[in-house]
Every structure is written in structure tokens, then in C-alpha cells.
Design a protein around this ligand. Structure first.
Ligand code: FUL
Length: 711
């Protein structure tokens, strides 16, 4: 048997020599693809890396995050609406497209649709003759930006929501949008589904089975027909998965592949404790379904003037960029035009500076021009698979190794010492996600020293080092792979040096502290709302801010200034006491008023099957009568989702015994985006006591309160 085989091989080589065909040409064929592969729409999506999602509608005028569906469209009148200003600001930020929220949960369509009366023609804008989706489309065309569309499946206005007829209406809406306004790069579908709403005047709760109601398989097939080049985004794909949080962060390991699981299925215990579902990391095998990280530029998705001071700064955005795009995901940044229909100046400025920072950081790949020595090159063919392809601009040209070589190494000699703090690696994903893990060494003081490790390379992996490294030689070691390596990019970059903005906090005694991670020459601050300059007071010691207010601070070092830090505080909680609670808890109720966002009053029992009665209440004695203009509730900040209140009543009292209801409502989108909620009162109230009564939580059998506050 062996002999026949040998004889056969000999014959083959004779044949090869005779035809001038080298034996190792077999090895020079490109590597076979490994595992799941991206489709055309997904490749385009990966290449984009970043886009924005734009929320504007009735919520912009009612100051809500989710409309109930009973809003009068006439309140919508963005007299200065300018799609070019909005899309242009996104472009300046380096974003490659915009997803327009054509209809949010409140049901108001911002294009003149035939599918529902509740649409833009009923607004005051342009006397009902306007079409926002069209204006966005034209702006995108002019600016070379790609367009995406989001039409919310949940519709709190539509009388038919919950019945089969609504599915027909929903599909007709998508058809209208996708056949009249395309081409689109993404078909965006959120996972918020069912609940109470206006529903044509019924004002009731409508529950649907999210796994069957929308018949996604068939809906997706229609989308493919209307928009074959659009990636479909949803909680479980089909093409792009939700990362599982609205903080803009993928897992440190984040596979492009995912074995779809409904986000609330799987490992999550029934009391809803775990927030980070598998979607954050993906799974090592499964369908090609990379993560999208959606996060708003401000705390909320819609515009709220009260959040004007909380626009994320360029360096905060850069940090999110590393945590999303740098982990193989895409960043989808929420923009919220104001009531005039424009982005505020602050938002525009932050986007522009972020775009400039990105450009500056990635302008020069320090490995360009380096000499590479690879431990292996596929078929020994430098011309076809050599490391020179690592520094060209083509994301699909690549350095490859022989089939059997899964853990090669590569030395890059830059010939002269260079300083860097960012490492970039990319695989040629047309051949799948092959690499499991890598390490990078720098040649320092005559020896190799490991400076970084990473998992899940895929379309993009950025490693931001904690300190600058100066070296002339670096070494890449692939430490694990499922198949031979097909790496398309290796880069070293230097982010511009900057001073970190100071942190501002207040303690239970009402004392404000401003601090930085590393020493600086001075921290300057204001409490009058103006931005600190080099002439503002120098921060020396903690100071009191009994009646609340806004503190702004900047660090200075030489001629460098940090970004601005801003923090708004309500009334000081000095002297506040918990008067009573209605539910048993293992944690102290005082945690709800200790000015520490990381501690919770938490009534969730350890037994996840135990039942809990609502309302659950906590009453506070502020020690003296105060003027109350609004209340704040900060849900738990520990990434867990049990016990987050979404329906509440606030009461006040002069004596701690007789209570008056002063506010009632819902906290919308609080589970996905657990930010501080502000409840303004219709008119200011004088009281010494207040009570937070929670009627309902999004998940779990108890309540968790990180902080309660009063403004
Ligand atoms: C979520 C929605 O519930 C939010 O309101 C927002 O639109 C966000 C982008 O998606 O699912």
C-alpha cells in the first residue's frame, strides 16, 4: 500500500517537473476559508466601522424617551430642520452613515406614509408638506454618507398592534421606506416590544410573543428582496447582533460569530441578575453576526435640554471607539436634534473634535517601511502571501502561513526607535475569523518584553496600551488559531498626548471633591455655570454645595488644558434619613441616599423564585423643609438588571404621615440604558418628606435603588 502511494507520488512529481509546475504551487493556493463567512452587506458594514442613529419626534417635544402613542403630532415643528447640518456633523466625526429613526415606539412616522394617519403630514412642520426621511436621504447623497433606516416594530399608537393585521401594516411601512428611499446599508430593528400604550384610544397593555409575533424569518426575506445589500440588525441578527448594552462596549473578547439566542433566554437567571448576555462576547462558532454597539452622544436617545451639559467629550468618544470598533464591533452613536431640528453647537463641536482626534491618531502607521521577518510564509511565496501586505491600505490583502502553521511569529524592524500606544491587527475576514489569540512583544533594553495580549482579532482589533512604548523592533506572536493565519493588517500608532479631565464627586455631607488620576499643575473650577479658564479659582480642598448646583473643572499642565468636566448636583443629602421602607432587604436603605452610585438599597431576595409584592416604597426625611422642583432616581449601576423601576409615584409630606401624590409616570428604556432619571414636578412643592413608590420593575422580584435625589 505504502509502496503504491510512493510510486504514485513519484509519478506525480515527474509529471509536475515535466509540465514545469512546481510541487509547492499546491501550497500557494489561498488558504481555505474557515467557519462562517461575512456576506456582502456585512463586509460593507465592517468597512464602515462607525455610523450614527438619529432620534427625533414627539419625544423631542414632550421630553420623554418613549412616547405613549397619544401625542398630538402638531407639537412637532422643527422650524430650522437641516438634514445637511446633522449628517454633515456626523461626517465630520468620521462616521460613514446615518440610521434614521423613521418611526419610534410612539408610532409617529416622519415620512408621508399611506400606512397610518399618524404621520408627518399631521405635524406643524412645513404645514404638513415635509418629508424628513427624504431630506436625510438627499443629504446623505450630497455628502457621500450611507443611509440606514429604523422603523420600530413596537407601535404604541397603532390600534392593531398585537394582532396579525399590524404585522401587515409594519411590513407595508418597511416596504414603503425600503422601496422609496433606498439604497440602505442597514435595516435596523430594536427589541423593545409590547407593553402598555394608547393603541388607538384603548390605553391598555398588549403583550406579544416576541419570538413568533413578527415572523422574522419571512419579514427578513422581504427585506432581502427590497434591499439585498442591507445588513439586518436586531437582538439576534440576522446579520448584526445587539451587543447587549447601550454603553457602547463590546466584550474584551468579541467574536464576529454568534449562535443566536434570544437575549433573555440562555444563561440568565430568572431574577434577571445578569445583564451581559452572551451577545457581548459572541460565541466562537455560529453564524457570522458581529456586534453593534449603540450608545447615545448624550445620556438619552432623544434631545433633553436638561442633558445639554452631558454631551460626551471627544476623548470619551475615543475611549468608546476602542471599546467597540477596536473590538471588531461597529459603533452606532445616537444623535438627537433639538426642537428647532438642529444639533446643538456642543454636540457638533464634540463630533468634529472626535473626528480630528481619530484622523490624527491613525494618520501614520509607524510600521510602514519596516522590514518584516516572518517565521513562515505560505508556500514560501513572499510575492503572494508576504508580510508586506500588512501595511498596505487593502483590508483583504494579507500575510498567510502554510496550512499547518497556526502559531507563527513575525518581527517588524522599524530601524529607528518609535513611540506608540496603539496596536492594530486585522484578519482578512473574507477567509473567516481564524485567530484565537495573539501577543505582542517590544525589544526593550536588549530583550523581548511582552507588552500586550488579545483575543478575537477578526475585522479589527485595537489595543490601547496604558503607557507609550518606545522601541525600534516589535514582535507579533499568534498564540492560538483555528486555521493557518490570514492577517491583513498590523499597525502601530501614537495617540496625541492629552490631560485626563478631572473627576467631580460629592459625599453625604455635601462636600464636593475634584480629583485627577495623575498630578497636574492645577485644577481650576467654577460653580456659576461658566467654563473654567486659566484664571478661574484653583481647587485646593473639598467645598460645600448645600443647595446643589453645577461644578465645572479643567486640569492644567504647562500650556495644556484637559477637557471640561461638568457635574450637576441636586440638594445636599446632609442630614437626610430613611423614614421607612415597605420591603425587607439585606442591604441598608441608607444606600439609596449615600451619594455613592455603586451601593444599592436592594430588596431582591436571594431566592430568585420568591414572589414579591408591589408597590415597594422608601420614604425619606430631608431634616428640614425644602423646595422641590424635581426628583431623581438612579437605577443600579452594577450592570445587573433585576429591580430596575419603570413605573413610579412620588409623594411628598409635611409631617411624614399624610402624603400627597406629586408625580406619576414611567421610566422608559431604563433597562437597556440605566441612566439617572429626572422627574420634573408640574410646579415646585414645599415639603420635608418624600416617598418613592415603585409600582413595577422591568425584571426581577424586588427593587434596587442606587440613589434618590431632589433638585
Ligand atoms: C432601543 C429603544 O427602545 C430606544 O428607545 C432607542 O431607540 C434605542 C436605540 O433602541 O431599543
Amino acid at each position: 500500500m505504502v509502496e503504491t502511494l510512493n510510486a504514485g507520488l513519484k509519478k506525480l512529481s515527474v509529471l509536475c517537473v515535466a509540465t514545469g509546475f512546481a510541487i509547492n504551487s499546491f501550497a500557494q493556493a489561498p488558504p481555505k476559508p474557515y467557519g462562517a463567512l461575512p456576506n456582502k452587506a456585512q463586509l460593507n458594514w465592517h468597512e464602515m466601522g462607525m455610523y450614527c442613529i438619529i432620534h427625533f419626534g414627539v419625544d423631542t417635544y414632550t421630553n420623554k424617551e418613549w412616547g405613549y402613542g397619544d401625542e398630538d403630532p402638531a407639537i412637532v415643528n422643527p422650524t430650522k430642520f437641516d438634514a445637511m447640518q446633522i449628517v454633515g456633523a456626523a461626517k465630520a466625526g468620521g462616521f460613514k452613515g446615518v440610521v434614521i429613526v423613521a418611526k419610534h415606539h410612539d408610532g409617529l412616522a416622519i415620512w408621508p406614509t399611506k400606512t397610518t394617519e399618524h404621520n408627518i403630514t399631521k405635524t406643524s412642520w412645513k404645514n404638513g408638506k415635509g418629508d424628513m426621511v427624504k431630506e436625510y436621504k438627499l443629504a446623505c447623497q450630497k455628502l457621500g454618507m450611507q443611509l440606514g433606516l429604523y422603523c420600530s416594530p413596537w407601535d404604541r399608537n397603532n390600534p392593531y398592534y398585537g394582532t396579525p393585521k399590524y404585522l401587515e401594516i409594519y411590513r407595508a411601512q418597511i416596504k414603503e421606506l425600503y422601496t422609496n428611499y433606498g439604497p440602505i446599508f442597514i435595516s435596523w430593528h430594536d427589541g423593545a416590544n409590547g407593553g402598555d400604550g394608547y393603541y388607538g384610544g384603548k390605553r391598555e397593555e398588549r403583550k406579544i410573543d416576541r419570538t413568533t409575533y413578527y415572523d422574522w424569518d419571512n419579514t427578513w426575506a422581504m427585506i432581502r428582496k427590497w434591499q439585498p445589500n442591507a445588513a439586518i440588525f436586531g437582538d439576534i441578527g440576522a446579520d448584526v447582533r445587539w451587543v447587549g448594552n447601550e454603553e457602547g462596549e463590546a466584550g474584551k473578547t468579541s467574536w464576529a460569530t454568534y449562535a443566536p439566542q434570544a437575549p433573555d433566554a440562555g444563561k440568565k437567571p430568572s431574577n434577571g441578575y445578569s445583564k451581559y448576555w452572551e451577545a457581548t462576547e459572541g460565541t466562537r462558532s455560529g453564524n457570522w453576526m458581529p456586534a453593534e454597539c449603540d450608545v447615545p452622544l448624550r445620556p438619552g436617545w432623544f434631545y433633553h435640554a436638561s442633558q445639554n451639559e452631558q454631551v460626551k467629550t471627544p476623548y470619551q468618544l475615543l475611549d468608546l471607539y476602542y471599546k467597540s470598533v477596536g473590538r471588531g464591533a461597529d459603533l452606532d452613536l445616537g444623535l438627537s436634534p433639538n426642537r428647532d431640528g438642529l444639533l446643538d453647537d456642543n454636540d457638533v463641536a464634540s463630533l468634529k473634535q472626535f473626528g480630528a482626534l481619530l484622523k490624527q491618531t491613525f494618520a501614520v502607521n509607524l510600521l510602514k517601511g519596516a522590514s518584516f521577518t516572518a517565521s513562515n510564509i505560505r508556500g514560501n511565496s513572499k510575492a503572494k502571501f508576504g508580510p508586506a501586505f500588512l501595511t498596505d491600505a487593502d483590508r483583504y490583502s494579507y500575510w498567510a502561513t502554510d496550512d499547518a502553521v497556526k502559531t507563527p511569529s513575525l518581527v517588524a524592524d522599524m530601524h529607528t526607535a518609535r513611540t506608540f500606544n496603539v496596536i492594530r491587527l486585522r484578519e482578512n475576514i473574507k477567509l473567516g475569523q481564524r485567530i484565537n489569540s495573539i501577543a505582542v512583544d517590544a525589544y526593550l533594553n536588549g530583550e523581548w518584553k511582552e507588552i500586550a495580549t488579545a483575543t478575537s482579532i477578526g475585522a479589527n482589533r485595537l489595543i490601547r496600551l496604558p503607557q507609550n512604548i518606545t522601541a525600534s523592533k516589535v514582535r507579533l506572536r499568534v498564540t492560538g488559531a483555528e486555521a493557518c493565519v490570514a492577517l491583513s493588517d498590523f499597525g502601530l500608532f501614537k495617540e496625541p498626548a492629552h490631560l485626563t479631565a478631572p473627576g467631580i464627586s460629592r459625599d453625604k455631607k455635601g462636600m464636593v471633591t475634584i480629583a485627577t488620576d495623575a498630578p497636574v499643575s492645577s485644577i481650576r473650577y467654577t460653580t456659576d455655570g461658566t467654563a473654567p479658564t486659566a484664571l478661574s479659582p484653583v481647587y485646593q480642598n473639598s467645598f460645600a454645595l448645600a443647595n446643589g448646583g453645577t461644578v465645572k473643572a479643567v486640569s492644567f499642565e504647562g500650556n495644556k488644558a484637559s477637557e471640561l468636566s461638568t457635574k450637576a448636583f441636586g440638594l445636599s443629602k446632609e442630614g437626610w434619613k430613611v423614614l421607612a421602607t415597605s420591603a425587607q432587604a439585606d442591604t441598608k436603605p441608607e444606600y439609596a441616599i449615600d451619594e455613592d452610585a455603586n451601593s444599592n438599597w436592594n430588596t431582591l431576595p436571594k431566592d430568585s423564585l420568591a414572589t414579591a409584592a408591589f408597590p415597594q416604597e422608601i420614604a425619606i426625611d430631608m431634616g428640614a423643609e425644602q423646595t422641590i422642583k424635581s426628583f431623581t432616581y438612579l437605577p443600579r449601576q452594577d450592570k445587573k438588571t433585576g429591580g430596575i423601576a419603570d413605573r413610579y409615584i412620588f409623594y411628598t409630606s409635611a409631617d411624614g404621615q399624610t402624603w400627597q401624590q406629586v408625580a406619576v409616570g414611567e421610566f422608559s428604556n431604563i433597562q437597556a440604558n440605566p441612566i439617572e432619571q429626572t422627574v420634573p414636578l408640574a410646579k415646585a412643592v414645599q415639603a420635608r418628606y418624600f416617598k418613592f413608590s415603585v409600582l413595577h420593575v422591568t425584571k426581577g422580584n424586588g427593587l434596587a435603588v442606587a440613589e434618590l435625589g431632589v433638585n
